[in-house]
Each structure stands twice: as structure tokens, then as C-alpha cells.
Design a protein around this ligand. Sequence first.
Ligand SMILES: [Zn+2]
Ligand SMILES: [Zn+2]
Length: 366
Amino acid sequence: MGDRPTGKLAFLSEPENVEIREYEVPEPEPGAVLTEVEQANVCGSELHIWRGHHPQVKEGVLGHEVLCRVSELGEGVETDYAGEPIGEGDLVAPAYYITCQRCSSCQEGQFNLCQNAYENWSKSPEEPPHFHGTFATHYFIHPDQYFYKVPEGLDPSIAAGANCALSQMLFGLDKIGIEYDDTVVVQGAGGLGLNTIAIAQERGAETIVIEGIDGRIDRAREFGVDHVIDFREYGTVDDRAERVRELTDGVGADVGVEVAGVPDAFSEGIHLLRDGGRYLEIGNISPGQTTEFDPGSLTRSALTIESIVRYQPWYLKRALRFLERNVDKYPYEDLIDAEFDLTDVDDALAESDSRGVTRAALTPNH
Ligand SMILES: [Zn+2]
Ligand SMILES: [Zn+2]
């Protein structure tokens, strides 16, 4: 004891109250990996937690979107979860949740629904190994936590976003099944929406985005979206549904994707689709918020609705490959528009919350 390094972390003790704490960094147990945080991004769902809106996580060490550098391997760890040899100094992207392999969801192979997924999120930082979240100088990857080596040459600041929005959208869009020449209407052009646009285009789909904030519309255009419906111009559900029909030979979109995170967007979504269309609900993540809904229209149009939370962990590997292949095609490097030191985590959260910055990054070891 005593010759272990110390590190700092950002602990949320109550809503909107973050404390920086310092702990000795413990040795990784067998099967675990100790890392240094290269970059941790402030994701929209982090803001939910920070405000106290997350149904399960009320306090704990903040942060989940991350890129890490391996500093110590626990006994028995020789490869990542795709069998790639791993060593000290390698950059890795971890899934931000645990797959315990033992709960009823894991028994069904639904690792994204693991009932112990958030086990470490709410833990007190007093409890070893202390570094339970990624808003910290160090991060512990646990024995049941998937992680993948980052492809050589992929810019770390781009790879840092892979373990959340991109993995989730790759998983979600597989579930809803985007086919070549489908028309996909995307409600919202935040991080999830931009990834949806990129993935849908890579699958040969035509894309329509509904958005009302200039900066986000600009980003969607930079990501190559085919059509924009500005809801300042198309002010009602009927206007927007009519516009979608105009853009789709009068029939409506094949696929709708809700990534606006607003309950009313869900009610609206079913009016944007063709008969037999498919709808993916992802953006609304806070239970207890309601919307008026028209089930008769759903039935008359015979729509399929899917919803997903998190992603099967191997989608993270696919996300890294997606970035590797498409990094020159889509302006992923522009998504992070502000960098903060760990000690300025309050500013990073507040400025993200007020949408003064699109995506903030913490770079605690730079
Ligand atoms: Zn996230
Ligand atoms: Zn489980």
C-alpha cells in the first residue's frame, strides 16, 4: 500500500451537485482492467442523471461515454471481447454497462437488458474500486463488462462517442430493419439523430429529418440528410405529416425513428409512416411523462413499433468498425465542440444543459 497512484473522480451526491474526490487507484482484480480516461463525453442521458430524472441512477460517479487507455490488466486478461490481443497502453472502448450472464435477461441472451447493468453506477465512490464512472482520471472495466480495442489510426476523440449513441443506433436500426431504398424519417438531429442519418444512408435509405434548431439542422445537412422539415415552418403534426407524404410519393415513410426525446414526438411519429411502416422508439427515456395517443390510427395503418434500450454489447465492435470505414464521409470530428478539464465538470454539464455546446468532452489526463 501507499505506492499506488491516486486519481480523481466526479461524484454526484444529489441532483446538480458534483464533488471532485480523490482516491488511491486499486489494482484490478482477475478479469478486470484498469484504465486511464482518454476522453469522456457529456451525453444527453448524463444530463438526465445530473438533473435527477434517471429512474435507477440517482447518485454515483458520473460518466459513461468514454475512450480509455489500458494501464493495468487484471490476471487472465489477454484479449478484448473479439479476441484481439490487448496490452498496456492500448486504447479501448468499453460498453458502459455490465452483462452479468446470470440474470433472467442475460439467460435469454438479451444482454442489453441485463438487470444488473447499472450495478456500479449508483455505488458510492467510497466503495472500491472507487472509479465506477468515466468522469474521472481512471476507470475500471469489470470482469463482466465488454470492451474492444480501438482500431489503429482512428482518432480517439471520434472513437469516444462509439460506446453510446452509435452502438445504440446500429442495434436499433438492425431491429427495425432498414432496407435498401427505404425512406427513413428521423425525429430530432441530436447525437442519436445524426448517427441514424449516417447509418441509414450507408444502408441505401433516403433520409428526412424533422428539427427546429438551426445548429442541429446545419449538422444534419453536413451528415448528408436528403430532406429537412423545419418545424418552425411546418408548425403542426398535420403539416409535417403532409410534408412527409409529399416527399414520399404520397404514401408516408417506410421507417420512423424517434430520437427527439419528447413524448409528443412518439404520438406524432405514427402519422408520418406509410401503411405497414415500422417505427423505432429510442429517445424517450424518462418514465412518467405522457402524451395523447391515437391507437386507432396505429391499427388502421398496421404499424410495427419497436423500442430498445442500450445495445447488445458486440454492437460496440461494429460501431468502431463503422467509424473506421466512414470517418472521412461524415463529419464526426465536428461533433465535440468543447473540451473541459475534470475540475470544470460543473461547467461542462451546465453548458451542455443550456445547449451552449453540442457535445462537451472531458479530457482529464491531458
Ligand atoms: Zn450516453
Ligand atoms: Zn444480467
